[in-house]
Design a protein around this ligand. Structure first.
Ligand code: PMP
Length: 428
């Protein structure tokens, strides 16, 4: 179930007093993230670049250190104690991933380097094996480049054609156009659960996935931006493939997940080839491959990163239980209201359902300059095209300034952002 959804405010909120009191204990949570206590120049850090990468709690950092200090060895191949310990911890993490996604079995959870690799894996294996000239891959105008370019490459190799669902001016997908573009030729719908550039949450469960399945198409969900904020339930969504990155869910970099329905994964050719993914290798009789997930996990994996990802996912779920999602909702409402009240500031992306991302432009000031001046105040945001050049083109802008929140951010940090922007605006 996608239980918590961050809603765009219908009633503007103008000050902290109007923000519904969240019971979430932010101060306690911030103590888990020592980096949040550091300073940038003369200012305390306000880290508002979580859509690019989230910070790591001590539990994750300690897991990495403890693993390397005390139990590192290569997995799956050893009879000795350390190898056994590492293998058990690695496979336990796969179970934690499966629980996080509500997958039917851990075997459906392939460990990758991240979202990018997961999409490349599906495009390169499923795409190459299944796409024919005249087939269509349906993408949307708000995809990250990682969910565009791999499909362009496989389309060029197979003769398949890419079609693109446009966005409305508020950053919501044009679902009428989506239904019009879907046809018996559509083999794959590859769609972001939420836009990294605007925060728009797409209606996967209600509309996009059932409509795709009704025409016989498969759906790949890019959940890079929802996994940190929503309960992403692959079975409730009925996603065929779903990908996300460890580093955005408070885990390490270099680790991620590709979920796939087991029959689909087992029908796909291998991705990379080497150790651990084979059943038997023989010069005379050729090589046979294991089933998922090992078929797609050639070579020594990111063992420490996988174990730490399991810890990160459990940590994240514990924050949700403690009320993190309501707090994020309050952050989004407050940021939308405070920034929306600044003259000359235009928010891009005002769709009804959003993850806590506010993308905006400040009239007369280049986004890059705004980002640099915010940094001088200790405030970390991202500026530019956010790896979503087609979306920027559709919105008629070159780039935006993006503030993106996590549960450890505070309403005071939002106020600091707003005050800095007001000062920057007065300067220009
Ligand atoms: N898709 C979306 C929606 C993203 O936000 C990102 C990360 N910015 C990616 C894909 C790529 O993720 P990664 O760089 O972790 O592979």
């Amino acid at each position: 179930m996608e239980k918590a959804r961050v809603m765009f405010p219908s009633t503007p909120v103008t000050n902290n007093a109007n923000v519904p009191a969240a019971r979430f204990d932010v101060a306690r949570v911030r103590a888990d993230f020592p980096i949040l206590a550091r300073r940038v120049g003369k200012h305390p850090l306000a880290y508002l670049d979580n859509a690019a990468s989230a910070q790591k709690p001590d539990a994750v950092v300690e897991t990495l250190a403890r693993y390397y200090r005390g139990s590192h060895a290569n997995i799956h191949r050893g009879v000795h104690c350390l190898s056994e310990e590492a293998t058990v911890a690695f496979e336990k993490a796969r179970e934690q991933v499966a629980a996080f996604l509500n997958a039917s079995t851990p075997a459906e959870c392939v460990l990758t380097r991240g979202t990018t690799e997961g999409i490349n894996l599906v495009a390169g294996t499923w795409g190459a094996a299944n796409l024919r000239p005249g087939d269509e891959i349906l993408l949307t105008a708000l995809e990250h480049h990682a969910n565009i370019v791999p499909w362009q490459q496989v389309a060029a190799r197979t003769g398949a054609r890419i079609r693109v669902v446009p966005v409305a001016p508020d950053g919501a997908l044009r679902l009428d156009e989506y239904r019009r573009l879907l046809s018996a030729r559509t083999r794959m719908v590859a769609v972001a659960h939420a836009s990294n550039a605007l925060g728009t949450v797409n209606a996967l469960r209600e509309t996009i996935i059932p409509a795709a399945h009704a025409t016989g198409a498969l759906v790949l969900v890019d959940a890079a931006q929802t996994a940190p904020h929503l309960h992403v339930d692959v079975r409730a969504l009925d996603a065929d493939f779903l990908v996300f990155s460890g580093h955005k869910v408070f885990g390490p970099t270099g680790i991620g997940v590709l979920y796939g329905k087991l029959p689909l994964l087992n029908a796909m050719p291998p991705y990379q080839c080497g150790g651990d993914m084979i059943r038997a290798v023989d010069f005379e009789n050729g090589t046979t491959f294991r089933d998922a997930p090992e078929r797609f996990e050639a070579g020594t994996p990111n063992i420490a990163g996988t174990i730490a990802l399991g810890v990160a996912l459990d940590y994240l779920r514990a924050q949700w239980t403690a009320g993190a999602q309501a707090h994020e909702e309050a952050l989004l409402r407050h940021a939308t209201a405070r920034l929306g009240a600044i003259a000359g500031l235009r928010i891009l992306g005002t769709a009804p359902e959003k993850v806590p991302v506010v993308s905006f432009l400040l009239e007369g000031v280049h986004p890059h300059d705004v980002g640099t001046m915010l940094d001088a105040d200790g405030i970390a945001v991202r500026t530019g095209h956010h790896c979503a050049m087609p979306l920027m083109k559709a919105l008629g802008v070159g780039g935006t300034i993006r503030a993106s929140f996590a549960f450890y951010n505070t309403l005071e940090e939002v106020d600091r952002l707003a005050s800095s922007l007001e000062r920057i605006q007065r300067m220009f």
